[in-house]
Design a protein around this ligand. Structure first.
Ligand SMILES: Nc1ncnc2c1ncn2[C@@H]1O[C@H](COP(=O)(O)OP(=O)(O)OP(=O)(O)O)[C@@H](O)[C@H]1O
Ligand SMILES: [Mg+2]
Length: 279
């Protein structure tokens, strides 16, 4: 039987969580309107949740429900009309621009005038890292995402999937302590996606950072995350703990009975949320 529990009820006093007792992310009664000359549109309504430091949280929900808007608030790119959003690493409150906060957008944002290698080096250059060191680090992450041999190519010479992998290498190269990811693997073919998910998860399981990961793919959310937030239109509908042990072997997990049950449960909650339901 799949254990489906309400993550908000999880006790932070348990020994397992005691060392991660810091709160990494807070949304407190967050509402947001996008205002134009013609009208004002309410896109987020009274969003409240917290994420413990080093937790991997996935956000799923229908197109236009406000996921990217919420992520942009964590990055400090959008200030909520009402309420409070705060990202922390330990005691430190962070927002962009900060090399400790890594953001990977759904669309790749590689600089067209730089080679792939120099794109990945960009964040390291800004931090004043020596040429030899940043070369080595960029090379390491490019190899990890399967782009060794393409270092000298420009973004326009790469496929969409390759550019997305390049963006991931650039994100990981800066070794941020807090990761915001918006559909990072959506342009990849199934096989490459599987490889990248496992690579990324293995790194994360070794180095645990707070991750907020937006995806349309429920399977991906359940494979990677500790917890899945299911959004309805502008609101938080369900907060679901994903109980699978770590480290996870995704090729085994994805075909297990427990996983099929969890997937089904998430799918049903997404349907509930899309018809206005909530916990
Ligand atoms: N800058 C903006 N000005 C006006 N409306 C906006 C702006 N950005 C987003 N919106 C609107 O806010 C709503 C939420 O958008 P958002 O991009 O957060 O959705 P999403 O959940 O990320 O969708 P998707 O899954 O398609 O990426 C949408 O109705 C969108 O049209
Ligand atoms: Mg979006």
């Amino acid at each position: 039987m799949t254990q489906v529990t309400d993550a908000t009820a999880r006790s932070t006093a348990s020994p397992q969580n005691a060392e991660h007792a810091h709160i990494g992310l807070t949304f407190e009664h967050v509402s947001h309107w996008f205002v134009s000359e013609k009208d004002a549109k309410l896109v987020l309504e009274d969003l409240t949740f917290q994420v413990p430091d080093q937790q991997f949280v996935a956000i799923v929900g229908g197109s236009g429900c406000g996921k990217t808007t919420a992520l942009n608030m964590v990055a400090g790119l959008i200030k909520p009309t009402e309420g409070r959003v705060e990202a922390r690493i330990g005691e430190e409150v962070i927002s962009l621009p900060s090399h400790r906060l890594g953001y990977m957008w759904a669309r790749d944002t590689l600089l067209p005038w730089r080679t792939l290698q120099r794109n990945v080096e960009f964040g390291l250059e800004v931090r004043g890292m020596s040429k030899a060191e940043r070369r080595a680090r960029a090379g390491h992450y490019l190899e990890m995402v399967g782009l060794a041999g393409s270092e000298r190519k420009f973004p326009q010479q790469l496929s969409h999937g390759m550019r997305q992998r390049g963006s991931l290498a650039r994100l990981l190269a800066t070794e941020p302590s807090f990761l915001l990811m918006d559909e990072p693997f959506s342009a990849l073919d199934a096989q490459t996606k599987g490889v990248m998910q496992q690579e990324f998860l293995t790194i994360w399981e070794e180095e645990r950072r707070t991750v907020v990961y937006v995806t349309h793919d429920l399977t991906e959310a359940a494979l990677l995350a500790d917890r899945v937030l299911v959004m309805g239109q502008g609101y938080l509908a369900f907060d679901i703990e994903i109980p699978f042990e770590r480290p996870r072997k995704l090729d085994e997990l994805r075909f297990s009975t427990e996983f099929a049950e969890m997937n089904r449960y998430l799918y049903d909650r997404l349907l509930d949320a899309q018809s206005g339901g909530r916990a």
